[in-house]
Design a protein around this ligand. Sequence first.
Ligand code: 5GP
Length: 182
Amino acid sequence: MRDPNIGEILIQADELQARIADLGAEISADYADREILLVCVLKGAVPFVADLMRRLTVPVEIDFMAVSSYGSSTRSSGVVRILKDLDAPIEGRHVVIVEDIIDSGLTLQYLLRNLRSREPATLEICSLLTKPSRREVEFPIRYVGFELPDRYAVGYGLDLAQRYRNLPYVAALTDEAIAAAD
Ligand code: 5GP
């Protein structure tokens, strides 16, 4: 029986993999003569970065950051706290931030400012998902996998109270699940 919290499938597993292969090819071409440092934002971007990095044909290193935004479980507050910082300096490096989803954009706006102050040579964003209708702050997003409607999504890294990150697809929550989480 299907989990009662999981509603419509928004992006099938094979669609995710095909788009990630395209993104990998695009990034590899853009960084042809450079070495990339992927900054994976924990925990939601883990499945994405694992699949993406295997599609890159240029030299790649990876580092991790964990941030938490205060607020309810299904809405971002914009107040961000660093739970785990990068292991190494990024000065002079070609950094690509790998994120699961951009909703209001507040989390990434904070991360961009924070990482820019460390003086990387270049700093770009690669987000698997965005919800353009929810954006509160604007900044250029170099690589985007898919645009989503204004629905709370789970799966392929995205959670509801830490669950469902292991689903191989991206699905919408049912209205009942959203109401129960708020
Ligand atoms: P923002 O600061 O852009 O509003 O939110 C970014 C973070 O909120 C994401 O990294 C993710 O952790 C969480 N988030 C935003 N939208 C969703 C969603 O639809 N589903 C899940 N599971 N998390 C989301």
